[in-house]
Design a protein around this ligand. Structure first.
Ligand SMILES: Nc1ncnc2c1ncn2[C@@H]1O[C@H](COP(=O)(O)OP(=O)(O)OP(=O)(O)O)[C@@H](O)[C@H]1O
Ligand SMILES: [Mg+2]
Length: 643
C-alpha cells in the first residue's frame, strides 16, 4: 500500500488472514529450527547413541531372522513344486503314452490342459520321438520367464512285450509366484519388525531419559557451574527417592560429599595460605619462594619465584632483578659462604629442609649483610620451596657492642684485681731488685779488691742480670694483664700460663699464710685462645680461693692448682681448703653482682664463665674433699672461637 493511503475495511479484512498466516508460518519455521537445533545437539547424547545402537542391532537381528524365514519358505515352495511334478509323473504318464501311441492330438491336448491346472505349472509339452520327419508336438501354455523348474518325463509304450520310449513330456513350472510370496512375506516381516523395533526403542529412550539422562544432564549442568569457593553443592534429583539407593542416587551422594570435601579442603587451604600470606605480607622477615635450576648438584642454583618487600630491602635489589631475573641465590651469597650454602642444599635434598644458618649476602651496592637463612622444599620432588631470611645487622652490632662491653668489664675487673695485688706484686718486684742491688754492691766490692777478683765479679753480675730479668718478667706479665688491647688468638701451653699467674699471686698467698701447690700434668696438648683472658680466669679463681681462706680462723690453708688431660681437651682445677660453698651461694655463684664480700663486685665468676664458654669450654663449682671448694673448667683442644 502506498504511503499516505489508509486501507479500506475490505482490504483490511483480506489482509488480516494473510498476515496471520505468514505470522504462523514464521513461528512454525522458528519452532522447527529450534527443534532441529535441539535434535542436532542431542546427536552426541547417550540417548541418541543408544537409539542408534538398538536400531542397528535390531535391524541386524531382523535381517538374520527374516532371512532364515524366507529361506525356509523358499525351500517349502520349491519342495511343493517338486512334489507336484512327482505327482504328474505318477498320474499322467501312462495315459499320455496311450494317447501319443494313438496319435490322438485332441486327447493329448486335453490331458496336458489337466496338467496345466496344477498350481505354478505354466507349460506342458509332449513330443513324439518317432522316426517320422515331422514328429508330433503338442504344447499347452507359454514357456514362463525364468526362474523356472523344468522336468522331462519319458513316455513309454509296450510293443511286443518290450517297453519303448515313444516320446517325452516336458513340464515347466514357474518360481515367480513363490518369489512373489517371499517378497510379500519379507515386506510384512520388515514392516512389523521395524515398527516394533522403533516403538520399543522409543520406549527405551524415553524410559532411559526418564531414569538416567535427564538426571545426568542436570548433574552436569550443576557441577559445571559449581565454583570451588561457593558453598558446597547440594545436588537433588527431580524424582521420588527410591526406597533403596540406586546408581543415580549413589552418584548424587558421592558428588555431594566430594564437593563438601573439596570445599572444606579449599577453605583450609585458603585459610592456611592467608596465614602464610599474612607472614609474607607483614614484611617482618624476608620471605621468598624458589625454584631449583641446573641439572647436577654442582651447578644447581636457586632462582627466585616470588619475593616480599622485606627481602628486597635486605638485599637492595629490585623485584625485576630477582624474580625471573639474572640474580640467583648463588649471586647473592658471599664467596666464602658458598660451601656452607652447598652443604645446606645437600641437607635439604636429604631431609626436605635445612636448619637455619648464618651467612652473608652481597647487596646490590656491593656491601655485605649478615643474614640468617632457613628453607624447606614443597612436596617430594624438591624442585620448589620456600625460604625465610632474617637481617642480622642489628643483632651483630648488638653482639659486637656486648662483646666490647664484656671485654671492657673484664679489663676493669683485671685492673681491680691487680689493684688488690699491688702490695704483693710490689713485694715480688722489690725482691729481685733488692737482690740485684745486693749483687751489684758485691760486684763493686770484688772490683775494689787489689787485685780485683774478676771471677767473683762475673758471678755477682750474672746474678744481677738474672734478678733484673726476673723483675722485668714480673713487670711484663703485669703489663700484659693490665693492657687493654685484646691479645690475638694464639696456641699456647696452659701450664706455662698457670705458672705465671701463680708467680703473680705468690706474694698474696704468702701474706695470707696459704701454701700453693701445683700438680700440672705433663704432655698436655696446646690450647688455642686468648692467653690473657684465660690467665684472668685462673687469677680470679685463685684470688677467690685466697679470699675465702683468708677469713678462716684456723686450719691448714692450702690452694692446689691441677691440670689434667681430658679425652677432648684439658681440665684445670683450683681447690682450696676454705669454708666451701653454701647451697644458696652454689646456685647463684655465677650470677653477675652476686657477692658475699663487702669490697667485692660479684662479677669475677660471671666473667670467668663467659670467657670459658667463648673458648668452647665449661666452668663449674663443687665441694672439695675433705673441705673447701673446687672450681674446674675444661677447654677443648680444637677451638671454635675466642672472643
Ligand atoms: N673458693 C670459694 N669458696 C667459697 N666461696 C666462694 C669461692 N669463690 C667464690 N665464692 C663465692 O662466690 C661469690 C662470687 O664470686 P665472684 O668472684 O663472682 O665475686 P666476688 O669475688 O665476690 O667479687 P669480685 O667481683 O671482686 O670477684 C663470692 O662472693 C663468694 O661468696
Ligand atoms: Mg672474685
Amino acid at each position: 500500500m502506498p504511503p499516505g493511503f489508509a486501507a479500506t475495511s475490505r482490504e483490511r479484512k483480506l489482509g488480516q488472514p494473510i498476515g496471520w498466516l505468514s505470522d504462523f508460518a514464521r513461528r512454525l519455521a522458528a519452532r522447527a529450527r529450534e527443534y532441529l537445533r535441539k535434535l542436532a545437539a542431542t546427536r552426541h547424547s547417550i540417548g541418541a547413541r543408544l537409539l542408534i545402537g538398538i536400531l542397528l542391532f535390531s535391524t541386524f537381528v531382523t535381517f538374520v531372522l527374516a532371512g532364515i524365514q524366507l529361506y525356509t519358505d523358499y525351500q517349502r515352495d520349491v519342495a511343493a513344486i517338486q512334489s507336484r511334478l512327482d505327482l504328474i509323473g505318477k498320474s499322467y504318464l501312462d495315459s499320455l503314452a496311450e494317447s501319443l501311441w494313438a496319435l490322438d492330438e485332441t486327447q493329448l491336448r486335453l490331458q496336458l490342459m489337466g496338467i496345466l491346472q496344477q498350481a505354478d505349472i505354466r507349460a506342458a509339452k509332449v513330443r513324439d520321438t518317432g522316426i517320422s520327419i515331422k514328429p508330433l508336438v503338442v504344447q499347452v501354455g507359454e514357456t514362463p520367464e525364468p526362474p523356472v523348474v523344468t522336468r522331462d518325463y519319458p513316455l513309454t509304450h509296450t510293443v511286443q512285450g518290450q517297453d519303448r520310449v515313444i516320446g517325452t513330456l516336458r513340464v515347466e513350472a514357474t518360481l515367480a509366484d513363490a518369489y512373489c510370496r517371499l517378497t510379500d512375506t519379507a515386506a510384512r516381516v520388515f514392516a512389523t519388525q521395524a515398527t516394533e523395533i522403533f516403538l520399543v526403542a522409543l520406549f527405551i529412550i524415553f524410559f532411559f531419559n526418564y531414569l538416567v539422562t535427564r538426571h545426568l544432564s542436570a548433574i552436569a549442568a550443576k557441577v559445571g557451574s559449581y565454583r570451588i569457593y561457593d558453598s558446597p553443592l547440594e545436588l537433588r534429583l527431580k524424582r521420588r527417592r527410591p526406597r533403596h539407593d540406586d546408581e543415580m542416587q549413589r552418584v548424587t551422594t558421592a558428588f555431594n560429599s566430594l564437593s563438601h570435601n573439596l570445599h572444606s579442603a579449599f577453605r583450609d587451604l585458603a585459610e592456611r595460605e592467608a596465614r602464610i600470606r599474612c607472614l609474607v605480607d607483614a614484611n617482618i622477615i624476608g620471605v621468598f619462594t624458589w625454584q631449583l635450576v641446573g641439572r647436577t648438584p654442582e651447578d644447581q642454583d636457586v632462582a627466585f619465584r616470588d619475593v616480599n618487600d622485606a627481602f628486597l630491602r635486605i638485599v637492595g635489589y629490585d623485584r625485576e632483578d630477582l624474580v625471573n631475573g639474572p640474580v640467583t641465590q648463588r649471586t647473592l651469597t658471599a664467596p666464602e659462604w658458598q660451601d656452607r650454602a652447598q652443604r645446606a642444599a645437600a641437607e635439604m635434598r636429604l631431609t626436605g629442609a635445612f636448619q637455619p644458618y648464618e651467612e652473608e649476602y652481597i647487596r646490590k651496592d656491593g656491601s655485605r649483610v649478615p643474614v640468617l637463612i632457613g628453607a624447606a622444599q614443597f612436596g617430594e620432588t624438591g624442585e620448589q620451596g620456600v625460604a625465610f631470611v632474617l637481617d642480622l645487622t642489628e643483632r651483630k652490632r648488638g653482639e659486637q657492642a656486648l662483646q666490647q662491653a664484656q671485654a671492657e668489664l673484664a679489663h676493669a675487673a683485671r685492673i681491680a684485681t691487680m689493684g688488690q695485688l699491688t702490695a704483693s706484686i710490689a713485694h715480688e718486684v722489690k725482691q729481685p731488685i733488692a737482690a740485684a742491688v745486693t749483687n751489684a754492691e758485691a760486684a763493686l766490692r770484688w772490683l775494689a779488691r787489689r787485685p780485683p777478683d774478676l771471677e767473683e765479679v762475673r758471678k755477682a753480675l750474672t746474678h744481677v742480670v738474672q734478678n733484673g730479668n726476673r723483675a722485668s718478667d714480673v713487670i711484663g706479665r703485669i703489663r700484659d694483664l693490665v693492657s687493654k688491647t685484646p691479645s690475638p688468638k694464639e696456641r699456647f701451653e696452659i701450664n706455662g700460663a698457670i705458672r705465671e699467674v701463680i708467680e703473680i699471686t705468690r706474694g698474696e698467698a704468702v701474706k695470707n699464710g696459704v701454701s700453693v701447690r701445683m700438680e700440672l700434668g705433663a704432655g698436655l696438648q696446646l690450647i688455642e685462645g686468648d692467653r690473657v683472658q684465660l690467665q684472668q680466669v685462673i687469677l680470679n679463681l685463685m684470688m677467690n680461693a685466697l679470699e675465702a681462706m683468708a677469713g678462716m680462723a684456723e686450719g691448714q690453708r692450702e690452694l692446689q692448682v691441677t691440670t689434667t688431660a681430658e679425652p677432648e681437651g684439658v681440665r684445670v682445677a683450683v681447690r682450696d681448703s676454705g669454708p666451701g660453698l653454701t647451697p644458696v651461694a652454689e646456685e647463684r655463684l655465677f650470677e653477675a653482682f652476686h657477692t658475699t664480700k663487702s669490697s667485692g663486685l660479684g662479677i669475677g665468676l660471671s666473667i670467668c664463665r663467659s670467657i670459658i664458654e667463648a673458648h668452647g669450654g665449661r666452668l663449674w663449682a663443687e665441694a672439695n674433699e675433705p673441705q673447701g671448694a673446687v672450681f674446674q673448667f675444661t677447654l677443648p683442644v680444637e677451638q671454635h672461637s675466642a672472643s
